[in-house]
Design a protein around this ligand. Structure first.
Ligand SMILES: *Cc1c(COP(=O)(O)O)cnc(C)c1O
Length: 239
């Protein structure tokens, strides 16, 4: 395990890609403004893409970047620290299933941790990333093992994280597979729970169901394919 940069060469930023990503982001944001007056943070999910895609997103003004794999996040972060591809520094969002033994690798880089879903992770984060900004992930699909806690367990987990000194900023959820409309009840539940728990941030919605999420009260939407195109097959070793 290493957080060596994937390459130590500066990334070449493709102006065509920068423009494309910028236009897609503007289109999404314009659509969302028709649905809500709230500010919605757009996290550009660059997982499984090379660093040139994350660099293009940054150059397009998208400062919030989402990654699912600890190693990949750490490698891109190390590369960009060495050779900043844009004037603005990235804010790295860890959005993948988190293993306890990967917390240390991501800790120097993470802006927000979206996928805190069990006590052992709370304890490890408190040890390795004191005061970290975290979201508690709810399982909206009812399929244990795919990430997220049973919503009934969320209040206790939030309390534990707060007691451990973590800065719990919100809740996060991934809708079960299905139509965008089928995502709505889970999103609604999550927003209600966030309100009950006094949590401002609701990280819900992806390319397929972003509009449903925004209309239900998302404050953070995590968009990959609709911004940066389809993902290449996950590279070996990136997990
Ligand atoms: C991959 C991923 C996304 C982005 O998915 P798209 O469908 O490409 O927008 C968002 N959130 C999580 C948790 C993901 O794993």
């Amino acid at each position: 395990m290493t957080s060596e940069p994937m390459t130590s060469e500066p990334v070449v930023v493709d102006p065509v890609l920068v423009e494309q990503i910028g236009e897609r982001a503007a289109t999404l944001r314009a659509r969302w403004r028709e649905l809500t007056d709230r500010d919605v943070r757009l996290v550009c999910v660059t997982k499984a893409h090379g660093p040139e895609v994350a660099a293009a997103a940054l150059a397009a003004g998208l400062q919030d970047l989402g990654e699912n794999y600890a190693q990949e996040l750490a490698a891109k972060a190390a590369l960009f620290a060495l050779h900043p591809p844009a004037a603005t520094a990235p804010r790295w969002h860890f959005i993948g299933q988190l293993q306890r033994n990967k917390v240390r690798l991501v800790a120097p880089h993470a802006f927000w941790w979206h996928t805190v879903d069990r006590p052992s992770l709370v304890d490890e984060l408190a040890r390795r990333a004191a005061g970290a900004r975290v979201l508690v992930q709810l399982d909206l699909a009812g399929t244990p093992g795919r990430g997220g806690c049973d919503p009934a367990e969320a209040p206790a987990l939030v309390a534990r994280a707060r007691a451990a000194g973590l800065d719990v900023v919100g809740l996060m959820g991934v809708a079960p597979p299905g139509t965008p409309e089928e995502a709505r009840p889970g999103f609604r539940l999550l927003v209600e729970m966030a309100d009950d728990l006094g949590l401002a941030e609701r990280s819900i919605g992806m390319s397929g169901d972003a509009e449903v999420a925004v209309s239900e009260g998302a404050t953070v939407v995590r968009v990959g394919a609709a911004l940066v195109g389809p993902r290449p097959a996950v590279r070996r070793g990136s997990e």
